[in-house]
Design a protein around this ligand. Structure first.
Ligand code: OXT
Ligand code: ADP
Ligand code: MG
Length: 596
C-alpha cells in the first residue's frame, strides 16, 4: 500500500529528524500533500460525491481513500456497467458522472460507456489509472501498457493527462468544464500510477485546486433568431414540436410545458423525453406519430437531432417519395451546438443557445395571444390518436397463454401509473419498442434507455445509478438478451440493497426464441438461448428476491410486492417465444431487409 507523505515525523532517538531552517524534515516539508488527497479534494471541491468504478492497480488505494473521505464509491463487477452508471448519473443530475477504472483492459471496458456518453450528450468523466509513461511510450512492455489518451481521444469530447501533482486541480477543472459546457459529453482523464503518491507542499496544493465557477454557462439566443423562429411557427398550418432528450436534460420542464401549452402545438416526445409532459397530455401526438411526421409543415425540434431515429429529416417517414427525398417542410431547431443545424436537411430557423434560455426567450416573445393551430390539423391528429389508442386498448385486453409483450407490459403500465416517481430503465429490441409505446410516463427524466446507439448493456448500470442518485424505486424492463450484457450486476444491486425491480421479458432469444438451425448442424441458431432459463435464480443467489411469472396476475403481484418491499427483485416473465419480430420496430435497417 502506498503511504501518504503526511505521516508524522519519526521521534525515536536513533531516528532524530534533520530539521532544516526552511522547516523541512528529512528533506521533506512537514506540510505536504499527495496526489491521492489532491484528487479527492478536487472532486469534493466541485461537489462530486459519488464514484462508480472497479478497483485494482493503480487505483485500489484511491477507492479506499475516497470512501474514507466521505464520497460514495459504488463498486461494480465490470467497468462497462460502472461507466454506463456514471453517464446516466450525469444525465440525471447535470453533474459529470465519474467512472474510475484501472489501466488498459479496465480502461477499455469503460471506454464503450464513455463513447456512448459522448454520442448521447451525457456529461461523464472516465478517470483511469495508467502505467509508466516512459515505458509505455517506448513500448517496453509495462504492466497493462497502453497509450490510453490516444485511444480515448476520438471517443471523447476531450482527453487530458495529468503528470504532476500541482496540475491535478487544473486537470479536474478542465475535465468538468469540458463534460458540462456547451453540448455535454464524455471526457477522459488519465492519471498515471506515479501521480498518486507524488507530494507537493500542502499550501501550494491547496491553492492549485480550482472550484469551477459556472461550468455550464447559459447561452442566450440571439433575439433575431428567436423572432425568425416564431414567425415561421406562426405561419404554420400544421405545426409540430419534437421534444428530445436534450430537452429532458436541460431541466427547463416548466417553461417547456408552458411553451407547448401556450402555443397549443401538438408534440411528439423522443424516447427519453417521454414524461417531460405526461404522456397522457392531450397535446401528445405520440399515438399518431406516423401521421404527424409526414404531414407537419413546420417542425420545432427542441433538443433532438435529425439523426437516424428521425430518419434524417427526410424520405418516406417525412412524406418524401423516395427515402432520399427532402420534404418541403420547414424546420426550427433549438440546440446548444451551432454545428447541429443543417447536418441532415436545411434548418430554416436555427435557435442556438441553451434550451432553458431559448424556450424562455420564446415564451417571453409570444405573449398571451398566440393563435392556436388550425382546428383541421388538431382534429385530424385526434382522429388518428383515437384509432391507434383503440387498437392498443384491444391488444392490451387480450390475455393469451403464454403471455405476449402486450399482456405483460399492460401490468408494467399499471404499476408505473401507480408509481409515477419510479424510474423506468428499458432495453432490448421488442422489449424496448413495446415498452416505449405501451408504458406511459408521467414525469421528466423517468425513462432511461438505449439512446442514440441503441446499445444493449445499459440495463444494470443505469439501474444502479438511477437508484443511487435518486433514491427512487427503479423498474428495469429487459429483453432476455439485453439483460445478459450486464446481468452479473444483480450482485451489485444486492450488495448495495438497491430498490430495483428487474422484469425480464423472456422469449428465449434475441428478438424471439423459436429460430432453428436450418443447416441440420449440431449447434443452435445464433439467435436463441437455453429454453426455459431460470433467470430469477441469479437474483436468489445473492439474497435478492427471484420470481417466475407465467401469467399477468403473477407478474402483477410480484411487481406490487417489489414496490412495497423495495428489495432487489428479479421477475422472470415468460413470454411466448414466437412473440417478437427481427430487430423490433427497426427491421428495415437490416441490410437484407433493405435489399428486399
Ligand atoms: O403510428 P404507427 O401506427 O406507426 O404506430 C406507432 C405509434 O403511433 C404507436 N403508439 C401508440 N399507440 C397507442 N397509444 C400510445 N400511447 C402510443 N404510442 C405510440 O405505436 C407505434 C410505435 O410508436 P413509436 O415507438 O413512437 O414509433 P416508431 O415508428 O417505432 O419510432 C421510430 C423510432 C426509430 C424512433 C423508434 O422505433 C425507436 O426509438 N427505436 C429504437 C430502436 C432501438 O434502438 N433498438 C435497439 C437496438 S436493436 C438491435 O440492435 C439489438 N441487438 C444488437 C446489439 C446491440 N444493439 N448492442 C450491442 C452492444 N450488441 C448487439 C441485440 C443483441 S437488440 C438486441 C437484443 C434483442 O433481444 P432481447 O431479448 O433483448 O429483446 P427482444 O427483442 O424482446 O427479444
Ligand atoms: P433524441 O435522441 O432524444 O432525439 P438527441 O440526443 O439526438 O436526442 O439530441 C439531443 C440534443 O440536445 C443534442 O443535439 C444536444 O446538443 C442538445 N442539447 C443537450 N443539452 C442541451 C441544452 N442544455 N440546451 C440546448 N441543447 C442541448
Ligand atoms: Mg428476447
Amino acid at each position: 500500500m502506498v503511504e501518504t507523505a503526511t505521516k508524522p515525523a519519526a521521534t525515536t532517538a536513533e531516528d532524530t529528524p534533520k530539521v532544516t531552517r526552511s522547516g523541512e524534515i528529512n528533506g521533506q516539508s512537514q506540510g505536504e500533500i499527495d496526489g491521492f488527497q489532491l484528487i479527492i479534494d478536487a472532486l469534493k471541491l466541485n461537489g462530486i460525491d459519488t464514484i462508480f468504478g472497479l478497483p485494482g492497480i493503480p487505483i485500489t488505494d484511491l477507492t479506499r481513500k475516497l470512501q474514507r473521505a466521505g464520497l460514495r464509491v459504488i463498486s461494480f463487477r465490470h467497468e462497462q456497467n460502472a461507466g454506463y452508471a456514471a453517464s446516466i448519473a450525469g444525465f440525471m443530475t447535470q453533474k459529470p458522472g465519474v467512472c474510475l477504472t484501472v489501466s488498459a483492459p479496465g480502461f477499455l471496458n469503460g471506454l464503450t460507456a464513455l463513447a456512448n456518453a459522448t454520442t448521447n450528450c451525457f456529461p461523464m468523466i472516465l478517470i483511469s489509472g495508467s502505467s509508466e509513461r516512459e515505458i509505455v511510450d517506448l513500448q517496453q512492455g509495462d504492466y497493462e501498457e497502453m497509450d490510453q489518451v490516444a485511444i480515448a481521444r476520438p471517443h471523447a469530447k476531450a482527453a487530458f493527462r495529468v503528470l504532476h501533482a500541482e496540475d491535478i486541480g487544473v486537470g479536474m477543472a478542465r475535465a468538468i468544464r469540458a463534460a458540462l459546457s456547451g453540448r455535454p459529453g464524455g471526457v477522459y482523464l488519465d492519471l498515471p500510477a506515479k501521480l498518486f503518491p507524488q507530494t507537493i507542499d500542502a499550501e501550494l496544493g491547496r491553492k492549485s485546486l480550482i472550484k469551477v465557477v459556472d461550468p455550464a454557462p447559459r447561452q442566450i439566443p440571439a433575439p433575431d433568431a428567436v423572432q425568425r423562429a416564431l414567425e415561421l411557427l406562426k405561419s404554420a398550418k400544421r405545426p409540430l414540436i419534437i421534444l428530445g432528450k436534450g430537452a429532458a436534460y436541460a431541466q427547463a420542464d416548466a417553461d417547456i410545458r408552458a411553451l407547448v401549452e401556450k402555443t397549443g402545438i401538438p408534440y411528439v416526445p423522443m424516447s427519453m423525453a417521454k414524461g417531460l409532459l405526461p404522456d397522457t397530455h392531450e397535446q401528445s401526438a405520440a399515438a399518431a406519430r406516423s401521421y404527424v411526421l409526414p404531414e407537419a409543415d413546420v417542425v420545432l425540434l427542441i433538443g433532438a437531432r435529425l439523426n437516424w431515429l428521425l430518419s434524417h429529416g427526410k424520405g418516406k417517414t417525412w412524406g418524401g417519395k423516395s427515402p432520399k427525398d427532402w420534404g418541403d417542410r420547414k424546420f426550427v431547431q433549438i440546440d446548444i451546438s451551432p454545428q447541429e443545424a443543417d447536418s441532415n436537411v436545411p434548418i430554416d430557423a436555427p435557435v442556438v443557445g441553451d434550451i432553458g434560455s431559448c424556450v424562455s426567450a420564446m415564451l417571453g416573445a409570444i405573449g398571451s395571444n398566440w393563435p392556436k393551430p388550425p382546428a383541421e390539423w388538431l382534429n385530424a391528429i385526434a382522429e388518428r390518436k383515437i384509432k391507434n389508442v383503440a387498437k392498443m386498448t384491444e391488444a392490451l385486453a387480450n390475455n393469451p397463454t403464454p403471455m405476449n409483450f402486450h399482456s405483460a407490459l399492460n401490468v408494467v403500465r399499471d404499476i408505473v401509473k401507480a408509481n409515477p416517481d419510479a424510474i423506468l430503465v428499458n432495453e432490448g429490441a421488442n422489449a424496448l419498442d413495446f415498452t416505449r409505446s405501451i408504458v406511459d410516463m408521467y414525469k421528466p427524466r423517468k425513462r432511461l434507455d438505449v439512446g442514440t446507439w441503441g446499445v444493449m448493456g445499459i440495463g444494470m448500470g443505469f439501474s444502479v445509478a438511477a437508484a443511487v442518485v435518486s433514491g427512487e424505486q427503479v423498474i428495469a424492463v429487459e429483453g432476455d438478451s439485453a439483460f445478459g450484457f450486464s446481468g452479473m450486476e444483480v450482485e451489485t444491486l444486492c450488495r448495495y440493497n438497491l430498490p430495483v425491480c428487474i422484469v425480464i421479458l423472456n422469449n428465449n432469444g434475441v428478438y424471439r426464441g423459436d429460430e432453428v438451425n436450418t443447416t441440420g448442424g449440431r449447434d443452435p441458431s445464433p439467435l436463441v438461448f437455453v429454453k426455459g432459463a431460470r433467470y430469477e435464480k441469479l437474483m436468489e443467489a445473492f439474497g435478492g428476491v427471484g420470481v417466475l411469472a407465467t401469467t399477468p396476475a403473477e407478474l402483477r403481484s410480484a411487481m406490487q410486492e417489489a414496490m412495497r418491499s423495495r428489495k432487489p427483485t428479479l421477475i422472470n416473465a415468460v413470454i411466448d417465444e414466437k412473440a417478437g419480430t427481427e430487430s423490433g420496430r427497426i427491421t428495415s435497417l437490416n441490410p437484407t431487409a433493405k435489399k428486399k
